[in-house]
Design a binder for this molecule. Structure first.
Ligand code: GRF
Length: 194
């Protein structure tokens, strides 16, 4: 089974996934990192692990359709079965989602449907919510939406700081995302390649 990770930023989830694959805990080949930001730290992480980086900058294409078509072409070349979005800061079009229905996962730092959006951890913290968590879900046509695969809960402490809460959320992400990928690999969830 072949995996592609899509990321735009730091890549701590990418590294957590790589670690479990290298330890033989997930029977999957991580063939490519797809990244839209050449300067992102995740690119360095991938190169360090000798994982091929497919750079696709939206600015280099006339339209979103062309941008996605170029990515899909690479996914086909590598016969990718599962796409894992790990901090990929672009919305995939309905056409893209349709081609990989139930074969694209996303991780989000809240208990969806609560606190969608790009600043979920800060929003949770600012709203003084009593608890929060992490959601791994299949991607559908709506933002931060789609069938939930796994969720983990985190209690917010009265003396929590935004940084401290963020660290605990990321630590939980690094456990849940590999687990979700294992579920897919075992065939218990998701769709098979057509
Ligand atoms: C994570 O918090 C994830 O939930 C969100 O983007 C962040 C990516 O972090 N979708 P990293 O780049 O994996 O460190």
């Amino acid at each position: 089974m072949n995996l592609a990770v899509f990321a735009s930023g730091n890549g701590s989830n990418f590294s957590a996934i790589v670690k479990e694959i290298k330890q033989g805990k997930i029977k999957v080949k991580l063939l490519i990192l797809v990244c839209d930001k050449p300067e992102a730290f995740v690119v360095k992480r991938a190169l360090r692990h000798k994982i091929k980086v497919v750079l696709a900058r939206r600015e280099d294409f006339r339209s979103k359709t062309d941008f996605e078509a170029a990515i899909i072409q690479r996914l086909k070349t590598y016969k990718i079965d599962l796409i894992v979005l790990a901090g990929f800061m672009r919305l995939l079009s309905p056409t893209f989602v349709k081609q990989y229905r139930n074969r694209i996962m996303n991780i989000h730092p809240s208990l969806l449907p609560a606190f969608k959006g790009a600043h979920a951890i800060k929003d949770v913290f600012d709203n003084k919510a009593g608890s929060t968590g992490v959601t791994v879900h299949f991607v559908d046509e709506k933002v931060d939406h789609g069938p939930v695969i796994l969720q983990g809960k985190i209690e917010i402490r009265s003396n929590d700081t935004l940084v401290g809460l963020g660290k605990r959320i990321h630590a939980l992400e690094h456990k849940l995302y590999p687990q979700a990928i294992k579920l897919f690999v075992s065939g218990r969830i998701g769709a098979k390649a057509p």
